[in-house]
Design a protein around this ligand. Structure first.
Ligand code: BTN
Length: 250
């Protein structure tokens, strides 16, 4: 169960890094959380900015059997965050594969790292959610938001964490019974649907038409349906929209 053990630090360089360094001492489900993350990182080594006692920065360890569709986990986590925010009356979308947006600005990022050992895959799932921060680093202030910025409400961090963990456990239980209905949440909250995107690696233009059962993004390139597993996609003609390049080191 996620949250069966919670290890809390006042400050920590990175909760993902901590789990990686203690991976064999921690049981599956353990959460590592810090009041202030000093050297958080996202995909492509981008900086994840934090402010002391303002936001949620945590990671958990999930051990699964290799081969159990673990590529779906980032969609599962995205769906859990969306459902948790829904409980707080906040309408959020997912920008595939793992950015959570509110009003087209990035409010949360998910970083999943993994290590395979024999039959087991150890997933280190990191979540950064801007909760009560109202100012952001100038490199991201035009594309980042927080729950407080959107609602004017100051949130209790423990309550927000509990809500997310409840939804995570619900979807992980489903996942372990091969119920992937969390994908329906991602489909109905797909920020990229019908948008033109550019596949970074090839610079091809594509139209997003859906999310497949394996969690891949389905795009149309020159009228051909293609499943896309890569992660770098930018929206065409809308630089800065939808949280693109959030936190990139400049
Ligand atoms: C991204 O947007 O690229 C993902 C950002 C993930 C940030 C979280 S905060 C908790 C955990 N620890 C880290 O160093 N990163 C993740």
């Amino acid at each position: 169960m996620i949250g069966n053990k919670i290890i809390k630090f006042k400050t920590l360089d990175s909760t993902n890094k901590y789990i990686k360094e203690h991976i064999f001492e921690l049981e599956s489900g353990s959460i590592v959380i810090t009041d202030f993350q000093t050297n958080g990182y996202g995909r492509l080594s981008r900086t994840w900015f934090d402010t002391d006692l303002m936001n949620l920065t945590f990671s958990f360890l999930l051990r699964q059997k290799v081969n159990s569709h673990t590529t779906l986990i980032s969609q599962l986590v995205g769906a859990a965050i969306i459902k948790a925010l829904e409980e707080l009356n906040i309408d959020a979308n997912i920008k595939w594969p793992n950015d959570i947006l509110v009003n087209n600005k990035k409010v949360a990022g998910i970083l999943i790292e993994s290590k395979i050992l024999q039959d087991d895959i150890y997933l280190i799932v990191g979540i950064g959610l801007n909760v009560n921060s109202t100012t952001f680093d100038q490199t991201i202030e035009h594309k980042a938001t927080s729950l407080k910025n959107e609602t004017n409400i100051t949130y209790n961090l423990d309550e927000v964490l509990n809500t997310i963990v409840t939804h995570l456990n619900y979807f992980v239980d489903n996942f372990n019974r091969s119920d992937h209905s969390f994908l329906d949440v991602c489909r109905s909250k797909n920020a990229l649907l019908n948008k033109e995107v550019t596949i970074e690696s090839t610079q091809e233009k594509a139209i997003v038409v859906g999310i497949d059962d394996d969690g891949s993004l389905i795009v149309l390139i020159k009228n051909k349906r293609i499943k896309y597993f890569g992660s770098e996609i930018t929206l065409s003609n809308s630089y800065n929209a939808l949280g693109d390049n959030y936190g990139k080191n400049n």
